[in-house]
Design a protein around this ligand. Sequence first.
Ligand code: HEM
Length: 111
Amino acid sequence: MKFLRFVMLFMILLTLVACQKEDYVPNVPTDESLPEMTLEELAFYDGKQGRPAYIAVQGWIYDVSGSSLWINGEHNGYSAGQDLTAIILSQSPHGLSTLSRVPIVAKLVVE
Ligand code: HEM
């Protein structure tokens, strides 16, 4: 009986976790002077040879240079200096949530 109650409680908890929606909101600086950057310019910021490591997701450019998980602009097989929107949504286990830990430094412009 106790075991059954435990199983039911576990199932309810599991359902609650599964129903949680991702409610990530980009922490965009209020400063109006946020620079614009094209994909071509972004390619320079690949984290290699001392260059900063920037990644673009959903139109915002994040600086991951300070992250110990992005050494030399590499993270689990993916490289900085490009738009990783589709990858973070489809391949990463964490989704957009981890982006709240890294600063937005520019806005991506499509030419
Ligand atoms: C298969 C692909 C990936 C795997 C297995 C992976 C795994 C992880 C893990 C285990 C962490 C640390 C745990 C956590 O914070 O939840 C992390 C952090 C992070 N990931 Fe990923 N990730 C993947 C792809 C990506 C992609 C494509 C991006 C960017 C577009 C990304 C951006 C980040 C960021 C910004 C952090 C936080 C870094 C920090 O806190 O210093 N990840 N990732």
